[in-house]
Write a protein that binds this ligand. Structure first.
Ligand SMILES: Cc1cc2nc3c(=O)[nH]c(=O)nc-3n(C[C@H](O)[C@H](O)[C@H](O)COP(=O)(O)OP(=O)(O)OC[C@H]3O[C@@H](n4cnc5c(N)ncnc54)[C@H](O)[C@@H]3O)c2cc1C
Length: 457
């Protein structure tokens, strides 16, 4: 068998100049995702593919030499799914960014490296809308969104990425390109393989093209902002609200996250509030006022300190911005272990209580924001980087929060994926039979196990 540099020379020769990069300084940029996790390996090279053919060429080569491949979009993942592997290849789609809108079919056809915001902008030029909106929508790629089945702020009404994927081109581990689905809204021919790839975290194939459903532009939004004396009261309002209103956004920030954002960028948020809810309605015509009124009532009934409603989009957007800033604000305070646990909505108060108890038990700070209307919460464990004891306690708290979610009938991840940071807890949620089925599917699609080993399950 040839040595690593001999093997790599074969790949370099097979691809156009500049596609394969291997200098240590350049590779540094491809080793980490947003977790900055220290376990990231040093890859042999990064391939910056320009088209599906180059992705196929890379995977044929990787199969020939049994080299592990980590697919990579924009590297904003929060679960370590795109962390590099020692001696492997990072296959980046950052140069594949084309987006075309087919107005008549009401779809966008996007290459995987296109950012979520690129698709939104292209759709908006035609009076259309691509709803999936992770907080990172300006910096994350469509390929990464599909691989993680990304969610976001308007999922509570409009669903997640999977609800908008009509078609995919996927390159399998051996280099075969398969086309699944297409520009058709309905299609039940064959096994539903398209869905298998959405959320598969780069472990089954590399997405090289996506057909995405677009919808008519969103109606103007009205915003209700309510502050509560406690997180429990805010959570109770969310449960109550969900019974009657189909809001287009129901986001929660607890006191610690309000203060973190206020410290980072003063916006006049209520530092004393136990929690704040930001609720939006985009219902058409008079229905919007009805939804706003129902939201105000639910908040007041749950004991809100203050409630105000506005039809002014800019005023509403200020509060949404505060919510979107949360993660960046925490990162300025120290190392962050981001959770993504979710529960059935009625269990939201119990989950938030459990997070508070765990934060006390391990003496760690755990500010919480939540896509509360979905029951999907983001407790974020903040600790001093380099403080070994604090890091241990943070890791215990990280695991304990996932256990608490599972015990409440929930999940260890609602939208970020399992990545490399949550694989140990996955077994607890899925059980041995489902884990075994998962491995059998993986073995059938990627028999050598070269695609993103160690991630996803
Ligand atoms: C500030 C901030 C806020 C965020 N808010 C949200 C949020 O509200 N909702 C949410 O869901 N996420 C959120 N995220 C997480 C992240 O942005 C999403 O998981 C996003 O979908 C990752 O996209 P990416 O292009 O950065 O993927 P990467 O991080 O590059 O990769 C993520 C995973 O996808 C795989 N992958 C990437 N491209 C492909 C491909 N073409 N084919 C196959 N597999 C591929 C990788 O192997 C990896 O497993 C947030 C992140 C940040 C930093």
């Amino acid at each position: 068998m040839a040595d690593a540099s001999g093997i790599l020379a074969e790949l370099v020769a097979a691809l156009p100049e500049g596609v394969v990069v291997s200098s240590p300084e350049t590779l540094e940029k491809y080793r980490f995702d947003w977790t900055h996790d220290a376990t990231a390996g040093m890859p042999l090279a990064a391939v910056r593919a320009q088209d599906a053919g180059q992705v196929q060429e890379t995977l044929r080569w990787a199969t020939r030499h049994a080299v592990p491949v980590v697919p990579r979009g924009a590297g904003t993942g929060l679960s370590g799914g795109a962390l590099a592997i020692d001696g492997g290849i990072v296959l980046s789609t950052e140069r594949m960014r084309a987006v075309e809108v087919d107005l008549a079919s009401r779809v966008a056809v996007a290459e995987p490296g296109a950012l979520n915001v690129d698709v939104k902008r292209a759709a908006a030029e035609h009076g259309l809308w691509y709803p999936p909106d992770p907080s990172s929508y300006e910096i994350c790629s469509i390929g990464g969104n599909i691989a993680t089945n990304a969610g976001g702020l308007c999922c509570v009404k409009y669903g997640v990425t999977a609800d908008y994927v009509l078609g995919l081109d996927v390159v399998l581990a051996d280099g075969t390109l398969v086309t699944l689905g297409g520009k058709r809204v309905k299609d039940v021919a064959g096994l539903p393989l398209l869905r298998l790839f959405v959320g598969s975290e780069g472990t089954l194939g590399v997405v090289t093209r996506a057909v995405l459903r677009l919808v008519p532009a969103q109606h103007p939004r009205a915003t209700v902002v309510a502050t509560f004396p406690t997180v429990a009261a805010a959570a109770a309002a969310v449960v109550d609200l969900g019974r009657t209103v189909r809001a287009s956004m129901v986001e929660l920030m607890d006191r610690a996250s309000l203060n973190a954002v206020e410290d980072f960028r003063p916006m006049g948020l209520d530092r004393e509030a136990g929690a704040m809810l930001v609720i939006q309605s985009d219902a058409p015509g008079g229905a919007r006022a009805d939804e706003v009124s129902a939201a105000v009532t639910a908040c007041e009934r749950a004991g809100a300190k203050e409630v105000f409603a506005t039809d002014d989009p800019d005023e509403g957007e200020l509060f949404v911005q505060a919510r979107r800033l949360h993660f960046t604000a925490l990162e300025s305070r120290g190392a962050v272990l981001p959770e993504d646990v979710g529960v059935p909505v009625p269990q939201l108060p119990a989950l938030l209580a459990a997070v508070e108890e765990i934060a006390q038990r391990y003496a760690v700070q755990v500010p919480v924001v939540a896509h509360a209307g979905d029951g999907n919460t983001h407790p974020a464990i903040v600790y001093s980087a380099g403080d070994e004891d604090a890091e241990h306690r943070a890791r215990f708290a990280f695991d304990a929060i996932m256990v608490a979610a599972i015990e409440l009938g929930g999940t260890i991840t609602g939208e970020h994926g399992v990545g490399r940071l949550k694989t140990a807890s996955l077994q607890l949620q899925l059980g041995p039979e489902v884990m075994d089925l998962t491995r059998r599917v993986k073995a059938a699609v990627d028999p050598l196990g070269i695609l993103n080993p160690g991630a996803g399950f």
